[in-house]
Design a protein around this ligand. Structure first.
Ligand code: G6P
Length: 612
């Protein structure tokens, strides 16, 4: 993962780099660093977050109108000062930042060692910068040419930016399988892993494609070419992103802001896609593939983490409403297990970032086997969005908290729309039910608003359980994925061990763990399996487990049994994940805050996982 930024122009680079790194910290925060060109080359880097870097830099000279910066999620080498980026070549002539992994770094390193190179760090990045130096020295070529030639020898994934002392002000950037965006200012350029550090300065951007290299000189046009040295015309796009979307807006944490944004983000996911009066659901980017989807042997969702949980909800929705066979796969398993994929399959990637390396690779595998590949992504212009035949954006807006909240409910919203669209086209749903479900789905934003009103109660409950060592989350049917997602949220940000389980499966294992120390969160909303869930609650109570139940408003039976109940509004069962997940997000949030955990940047995690 890692976040990278760069600037060259007539302004001061350092403040732009620091601000940019803070925006990209969601991509990793093991260490950070900057390199500034100012006649000489200044490199400042250290273990820890960007705030630690600022303290480390202190009153040192940070002048320079060209610079690069990096925030790291460690792959090769532990997070320490030496392994922090930027990395200089042995002579100190070149400096480089890198997001990705150079797979053949070991063989290149051995070759360079033979030629007298000495390495300070354990990183693959230091190998790459020295390879470029060696090529530049031997070929007596420009920096951009040395980068191009070197990258022809490299196997792996990279987004890199390089500077050379001998070409002051010039930045050379390249990408393969890791994202890179270039912002075009007036005589100046901005580079970043995504558009968030750039939007403040310019709306005109170029997303680099795999195998492309950009040479950026202040006051000149950007020069874009590919690894085979063919010139490419840059495709300039206008950013839709707004700066306010990237600020906390008065909330203590981005995660809380994003939880509270859900009435709006879910509405944005539906906007223009449901025409209740006409009884129409339209998903523009999927329309062309409607027949493919309806006639597919299987729809296969590939995803990771929270997006995989959304995929599970999608499976329940599409099988239930549209009667099309669905499989949900962890992208990392799917791609390595020699799966059977045919031209009659439709493979849909679900990804907030649109950059998750395993999900991207799973899609490429499916594409190579002739399947139609579609995407449900949040980040516009992301790699997955670009590689797919078609798809739908979730339009949740930027999600900055590492733990996904609004992206999940937006994914489930788009999947609900997809299921309804397919059901209607395939004729597997009665007109009346279809109309009812359209109305129900449209009511979700208001009902999320109501569900959020339980915040104070959830805070009180959180205080009681903040020191618990384990949690169990149980759900059935549509709410089984919600149980998984609730447990994931808690472990991600509070570091309390939590397991999500299908409620009926509890008796095949987890029941052995239940005692008076074990809080059990049960999603016991109204639906066909309500009575069965009630029996599962009895089983927990019989073993002195403590029950926190999520119930439908007006519930009586569970209220009598549970130790704590949190109500959500009544909703059609198939849309219950959209409401039931809200209190679980708040529960995880408050517990994490009470445990003084870093809610927005939990340890060891990153938001965009661009390594396999
Ligand atoms: C990381 C994030 C999760 C996310 C998962 C998949 O683990 O921390 O929040 O669900 O990656 O990411 P994607 O961007 O593909 O949805």
């Amino acid at each position: 993962m890692c976040g990278i930024v760069g600037y060259t122009g007539s302004g001061e680079a350092y403040p732009i780099l620091i601000k940019g790194l803070k925006r990209l910290e969601y991509r990793g925060y093991d260490s950070s660093g900057v390199a500034l060109m100012n006649g000489k080359l200044g490199v400042h880097k250290c273990k820890g977050k960007v705030a630690d870097l600022e303290a480390h830099v202190g009153a040192n000279d940070t002048s320079g109108s060209a610079g690069i910066g990096h925030t790291r999620w460690a792959t090769h080498g532990e997070p320490n000062d030496i392994n922090a980026h930027p990395h200089c070549s042995m002579s100190g002539e070149l400096v480089l930042i890198h997001n990705g992994i150079i797979e053949n770094y070991d063989s290149i390193k051995r070759e360079l060692v033979k030629r007298g190179y000495v390495f300070e760090s354990d990183t693959d990045t230091e190998v790459l910068v020295n390879l470029i130096e060696e090529v530049k020295k031997n070929e007596k070529c420009s920096l951009s040419e040395a980068v191009r030639k070197s990258l022809n020898e490299v196997i792996g994934a990279y987004a890199i930016v390089v500077m050379s002392k001998s070409e002051p002000g010039v930045l050379v950037a390249a990408r393969k399988s890791s994202p890179l965006v270039i912002g075009l200012g007036k005589g100046e350029f901005y580079i970043a892993s995504d558009a968030t550090p750039i939007v403040e300065y310019t709306k005109n951007v170029v997303y680099l494609e795999d195998g492309q290299i950009a040479e950026l000189k202040p006051g000149e046009e950007m020069r874009l070419f590919n690894i085979k040295n063919q010139s490419v015309t840059p495709y300039i796009q206008e950013l839709e992103l707004q700066l306010e979307q990237l600020e906390k807006g008065g909330y203590e944490h981005f995660m809380l802001k994003e939880i509270y944004e859900q009435p709006r983000s879910v509405l944005d996911s539906m906007r223009g896609r449901i025409l209740i009066d006409k009884g129409i659901v339209q998903l523009g980017g999927m329309a062309e593939y409607e027949q493919k989807l309806i006639n597919a042997d299987r729809i296969i969702f590939v995803a990771c983490g929270t997006s995989w949980h959304a995929g599970l909800v999608g499976e329940y929705l599409i099988e239930d409403l549209a009667r099309i066979s669905v499989e949900v796969e962890y992208a990392s398993e799917f791609r390595y297990r020699n799966p059977i994929i045919t031209e009659k399959d439709v493979v849909i990637a679900i990804s907030q970032s649109g950059e998750t390396a395993d999900t991207l690779a799973a899609l490429e595998l499916a594409k190579s086997k002739g399947a139609t590949i579609l995407g449900i992504c949040n980040v516009v212009g992301s790699s997955i969005a670009r590689v797919t035949h078609g798809g739908s954006y979730t339009h949740a807006g930027p999600e900055i908290g590492v733990a996904s909240t609004k992206a999940f409910t937006s994914q489930v919203t788009v999947l609900s729309l997809l299921a309804l669209m397919l059901a209607q086209k395939k004729g597997t749903i009665q007109r009346r039910r279809y109309q009812e479900l359209l109305v129900e789905l449209s009511s979700i934003p208001d009902k999320i608003e109501t569900a959020l009103e339980a915040n104070t109660l959830i805070e009180i409950i959180s205080a009681k359980f903040q020191n618990a060592r384990n949690f169990l989350y149980l759900g059935r049917g549509y709410c089984f994925p919600v149980a998984l997602e609730g447990a994931l949220k808690l472990k991600e940000i509070s570091y309390i061990h939590a397991e999500g389980y299908p409620a009926a499966e509890m008796k095949h294992g987890p029941i052995a763990l239940i005692d008076e120390e074990m809080p059990v969160v049960v999603i016991a909303t109204q639906g066909p399996s309500y009575e069965k869930v009630v029996s599962n609650i009895q089983e927990v109570k019989a073993r002195k487990g403590v029950i926190i139940a999520i119930v439908t408003e007006g519930d009586k039976m569970v209220k009598e049994m549970a130790d704590y109940t949190i109500e959500i509004p009544k909703i059609a069962e198939c849309f219950s994940p959209l409401l039931a997940s809200i209190p679980l997000q708040l529960l995880a949030y408050h517990i994490a805050v009470m445990r003084e955990c870093n809610v927005d940047q939990p340890r060891n995690l990153a938001k965009s996982v661009t390594v396999e």
